[in-house]
Design a protein around this ligand. Sequence first.
Ligand SMILES: Cc1cc2nc3c(=O)[nH]c(=O)nc-3n(C[C@H](O)[C@H](O)[C@H](O)COP(=O)(O)OP(=O)(O)OC[C@H]3O[C@@H](n4cnc5c(N)ncnc54)[C@H](O)[C@@H]3O)c2cc1C
Ligand SMILES: *[C@@H]1O[C@H](CO)[C@@H](O)[C@H](O)[C@H]1NC(C)=O
Ligand SMILES: *[C@@H]1O[C@H](CO)[C@@H](O)[C@H](O)[C@H]1NC(C)=O
Ligand SMILES: *[C@@H]1O[C@H](CO)[C@@H](O)[C@H](O)[C@H]1NC(C)=O
Ligand SMILES: *[C@@H]1O[C@H](CO)[C@@H](O)[C@H](O)[C@H]1NC(C)=O
Ligand SMILES: *[C@@H]1O[C@H](CO)[C@@H](O)[C@H](O)[C@H]1NC(C)=O
Length: 437
Amino acid sequence: MLLFLMAFLALLDIGFALPNPNSSFPFEDLLSSPERFGFPTWGQSLNVQAENLRDDVESGELNNCQFAVEFPTNAFVTLLTFKQAELTPTCRIDVSSAQDISTTIKVSKLTQCPFVVKSGGHAAFAGGSSIQNGMLINMARLNMVSLSDDRKITKVGPGNTWYDVYKKLDPLGASVVGGREAGVGVGGLALGGGISYFSGRYGWACDNVLNYEVVLANSSIVNASPTKYSDLYWALRGGSGTNFGVISRFDLATFEQGLLWGGSRFYSMDKNISLSEAFSNFVVDAPTDDFAHLYLAFVYASELGGFAANTGPVYGLPVANPPIFAELEKIPYVEDATGFSNLTSLTVALNQTAFLSFKTVTFNNDATLIKEVIEIFVEEASAVLDVPGIIPAFAFQPISLNIIDKMTKNGGNVLGLSSSSGPLTSNLPIVARLSLS
Ligand SMILES: Cc1cc2nc3c(=O)[nH]c(=O)nc-3n(C[C@H](O)[C@H](O)[C@H](O)COP(=O)(O)OP(=O)(O)OC[C@H]3O[C@@H](n4cnc5c(N)ncnc54)[C@H](O)[C@@H]3O)c2cc1C
Ligand SMILES: *[C@@H]1O[C@H](CO)[C@@H](O)[C@H](O)[C@H]1NC(C)=O
Ligand SMILES: *[C@@H]1O[C@H](CO)[C@@H](O)[C@H](O)[C@H]1NC(C)=O
Ligand SMILES: *[C@@H]1O[C@H](CO)[C@@H](O)[C@H](O)[C@H]1NC(C)=O
Ligand SMILES: *[C@@H]1O[C@H](CO)[C@@H](O)[C@H](O)[C@H]1NC(C)=O
Ligand SMILES: *[C@@H]1O[C@H](CO)[C@@H](O)[C@H](O)[C@H]1NC(C)=O
């Protein structure tokens, strides 16, 4: 079957435009004269498959891609959220170029077989990067990470995780605005927004894409930048991806970056009030020091004897405990894993190995509200702790005014945040499970 799909793709590459799948596919010609389509011989099994496909087309039953390639399960891809792992695509297409993506889109249109795009597989919603009865376009082979000679641009393929990117850039003393955990994909994070350790200096990941190479629905390959297809460029900066095109390459703004300071700390739950205040004060004060980043999280962890609090102070320079974290410093912790580190190591330290499900909501930065949310989280989570392997968690993340300000560059993004919204807190209820069984 795989062979057949390849034959099919090759067919399209030699220029057949077939608007109606039910009417004009030259199956008879294909079966009788395969050499005209670039195939020297027709194997018997391929022949039968082509006949079946013709019959399906003629009977109007071609509304999914069962014929395309048969893969027994979705075990071949790592889908790190419950919602993706629940679905089983009919087939997986391993694209190696923008042209391959373009061809796959043609096949999808011709066959009316829906497709989905998978980068790192961390989408939280059903059908985000997997699909039932459809083609999964797997980006894994688009794994370029290439720093320009002038060190201002890194060309990155959507098959990379952020770990792959930082592992290449760290030794070169360069970096880009990207994710904080090793396994998250470049594609989804850069298209959806992208909260980074460097957001105080540069905004979100979506604000630091200088150019997108995009495969459009009509299968054309274009570049979208502030000067070319600028409306598409704007829409891709936080408007998520597949709605507008499939991105085959991100050209990311690049800066010089050495060691950082930071990591994570754990606290007992009775510190929740002082932590909420320190966090919300940090969000207000963050514009005084663009190098600082902080999250505040709460998690149920049996190793810690129950619920615990967790912070992630990170500073973009090798300076331990900079003054911006002074209030946080005063809060006694039970475990400290901060120190000097490169970005690669920081992302590995935070890497999630459990299956996740999460949602986000954003509200005004307010310590009273944060404290109430924590009480509700603990109350609600306590009711489900008997579910085997479950790890409820909750995280608060800063959207401080310096971040909002940096988001307005390059024409602004589609998220519509402005400094008149005031500093915000993005909050993230998460459920993790150690396994899906
Ligand atoms: C453990 C964990 C840590 C996280 N940490 C952060 C963080 O630090 N900062 C942050 O901002 N967010 C973070 N997130 C959220 C994360 O950015 C989103 O879940 C994101 O969508 C994941 O991207 P992905 O490529 O891994 O997932 P995927 O599921 O592969 O992709 C997400 C969506 O984008 C689409 N897409 C992906 N690539 C392309 C492409 N090339 N062209 C068109 N469409 C595409 C997919 O079709 C899908 O709908 C985290 C999530 C998890 C689970
Ligand atoms: C496809 O064509 C066949 C034969 O002409 C016709 O009977 C059938 O209704 C068509 N199906 C669709 C979905 O158009
Ligand atoms: C990053 O830090 C780790 C741990 O100290 C080290 O093993 C690794 O070589 C460092 N990588 C780079 C590129 O500096
Ligand atoms: C595809 O659409 C783009 C944007 O509208 C257009 O510029 C391009 O010419 C189209 N390509 C084809 C092959 O129709
Ligand atoms: C938060 O801290 C206060 C004061 O230490 C304590 O009374 C309260 O129970 C804590 N909340 C939770 C959810 O642990
Ligand atoms: C991060 O976690 C994922 C999921 O367990 C794993 O596949 C990946 O190898 C990890 N990455 C690193 C760099 O440790």
